[in-house]
Design a protein around this ligand. Structure first.
Ligand SMILES: Cc1cc2nc3c(=O)[nH]c(=O)nc-3n(C[C@H](O)[C@H](O)[C@H](O)COP(=O)(O)OP(=O)(O)OC[C@H]3O[C@@H](n4cnc5c(N)ncnc54)[C@H](O)[C@@H]3O)c2cc1C
Length: 460
């Protein structure tokens, strides 16, 4: 097969996709707007590290990169909750020792993927090439060289847009008129901050956890980096509520807020004020679109098709899972791009919408519920039910993070489970008061009502 596939965007999804395609013998050209991050330091301050879990790892396993990636990652075994005052509390992600999520540097992961892609003689990466659009009829893609403004027209058999949430390829779909598109801005922004390594090296706070400072309508989280530092992210409304980002006008206001609201973090954040004012404020968007293809000429994948908020740690995992499913269709249909693209969209759309909604739900869980008694009881109930009914019950968090149950099914099952358990837990004082058989019977009945089969079908 010597067909040429043009990929726009060498981010996480595009780089992994190029490897999958190269293995089928296609000639793959990847055009990336930014300089080569292996040669040039690209500005920090925007999602420096990410949590990778089962779906992402599975997609890497297929191309033999899981071990290398995990060697560079730090296991996070649960959430470590930092209240304003009082003891920290640890909430394990799972009762199973081998179920945890992993913190990985975005840059390191992208570099591993690009290096692996370039090992294939049939893959070429081109940097500083900004896609300015494409002709959806002829398949021509247009690029401007960011270093000298030179313009190029590239043509291949097909174009795949993995150019992220502000996709230039998606813009062409939008102009065509035959396209559904919604962008939901959450009025929440995020600011990345830093906890450096301890003076003598090592980690200043617990290494193997995802730290959360839940504060009701906003929160700060911290994920460990291999160098011993933590990337902290403050998620807060831009304008709404008593406390919001627009109120941080002076160093004094930031200092006062952190000292009062995140007091245990402050001693570990010596560059807090400088970081706060020098790092950009990111925005959080949910993007839903459909259809993701124009015949066999063009396809959207990853954030270009479905950008989600980061609260389930699934955006990249979902993009990687896209690559895996795409590959199963290439195995089935060869280079019949029209068939591959429309089946791909049908297979993934419902699931991408589900994880988008789950991610929004999980924000409330992280910033607020984790500090509440009913929720803590529900977590215990989740663990007990998983133990007692292993073939039929898995918590929502585990279905999403430690299994490959389609997101849409995980959402349906998880929402029923959570609703019933939260209701039952609100009426008890201790977990011993919960009748597990009753709880399971109620869940089962609700499953039946909406046609969900009781037994779970698990893929490896
Ligand atoms: C704060 C934050 C935290 C997150 N945490 C997690 C997490 O813990 N776990 C998780 O799974 N996901 C997480 N995500 C989501 C994750 O970052 C995205 O889902 C993932 O990066 C999507 O990968 P992508 O390759 O589709 O898009 P991107 O990573 O956005 O890559 C797109 C690439 O295309 C290039 N590009 C853009 N426009 C053009 C153009 N016109 N021409 C050529 N190239 C172009 C860009 O330079 C970039 O390299 C987080 C996101 C944020 C914002």
């Amino acid at each position: 097969m010597s067909q040429k596939v043009i990929i726009v965007g060498a981010g996480l999804t595009g780089s992994l996709l190029s490897i999958y395609l190269a293995r089928h013998g296609f000639k793959v050209e990847v055009y990336e707007r930014r300089p080569d991050m292996r040669k040039v330091k690209i500005s920090a301050g925007k999602s420096i590290n990410l949590a990778i879990s089962r779906r992402g790892i599975h997609a890497l396993e297929q191309v033999g990169l899981d071990k290398e990636v995990l060697r560079n990652a730090i296991p996070m075994k649960g959430r470590l909750i930092h209240p304003v005052k009082g003891e920290l509390s640890f909430q394990p992600y799972s009762k199973n020792e081998n179920e945890y999520i992993n913190s990985i540097s975005r840059r390191e992961l992208n570099v591993i993927l690009m290096n692996a892609a370039e090992k294939f003689p049939n893959v070429k990466l081109f940097f500083n090439q900004r896609c300015t659009g494409m002709n959806l009829e002829s398949g021509e893609a247009y690029f401007t060289d960011e270093t000298n403004s030179e313009q190029k027209i590239i043509i291949g058999q097909t174009v795949i847009g993995t150019d992220g949430s502000a996709s230039a390829i998606r813009m062409e779909f939008l102009k065509s008129g035959f396209f559904n598109f919604s962008q939901n801005y959450q009025n929440y922004g995020y600011k990345e901050l830093n906890i450096p390594p301890a003076a003598k090296g090592g980690f200043r706070i617990e290494k193997n956890a995802l730290h959360i400072w839940p504060r009701g309508t906003y929160m700060m989280i911290a994920l460990p980096n291999r160098e011993g530092d933590f990337t902290c992210t403050l998620f807060m409304s831009h304008h709404k509520g008593e406390m919001n980002l627009s109120k941080f006008n002076t160093r004094e206001s930031v200092s006062k807020f952190f000292n009062e609201i995140m007091p245990d973090a402050v001693p570990h954040m010596p560059s807090l004020l400088d970081d706060f004012f020098s790092n950009p404020t990111g925005n959080l968007l949910t993007i839903k679109s459909y259809p993701w293809n124009v015949g066999g000429k063009a396809l959207l994948m990853g954030d270009a098709a479905h950008a989600i908020v980061p609260f389930f740690g699934q955006g990249m995992n979902c993009g990687f899972e896209d690559c895996y499913y795409f590959d199963t269709l290439v195995k089935k249909y060869g280079s019949d791009w029209g068939k591959i693209y429309s089946e791909f969209s049908d297979l993934r759309k419902e699931n991408a919408d589900a994880i988008a909604d789950l991610a929004i739900e999980n924000f409330v869980e992280m910033r607020d519920l984790v500090a509440h008694k009913d929720f803590l009881l529900k977590k215990k109930a989740d663990a007990l039910l998983e133990e007692k009914f292993p073939e039929s019950f898995i918590s929502k968090y585990s279905m999403v993070s430690f299994h490959r149950i389609p997101y849409a099914l995980a959402m349906k099952r998880g929402q029923i489970q959570d609703r019933i358990l939260m209701e039952m837990c609100s009426k008890i004082k201790s977990i011993e008061d919960l009748n597990l058989n009753d709880a399971f019977a109620r869940i089962k009945k609700e499953f039946e009502k909406v046609g969900i089969q009781e037994k779970l079908v698990l893929e490896g």
